[in-house]
Write a protein that binds this ligand. Structure first.
Ligand SMILES: [Zn+2]
Length: 55
């Protein structure tokens, strides 16, 4: 199990993405769950998918 960076819940499957511009976040890649992915993805120019993590 691993924690989602956004909602802080634990999941067996997380998605490695970039979704914030560097101006707002020093972190590049973060692991987020599918629910959060669907929230941050639409119309996001900063969104980049980097793989799936499975626990
Ligand atoms: Zn989440």
């Amino acid at each position: 199990m691993k924690k989602c960076e956004k909602c802080r819940n634990e999941f067996n499957t997380l998605y490695r993405v970039k979704y914030l511009s560097k101006h707002y976040s020093k972190k590049d890649w973060v692991f987020i769950c599918k629910v959060c992915l669907l929230i941050v993805k639409p119309r996001n120019d900063n969104y980049t998918y980097g793989g799936t993590w499975k626990g």
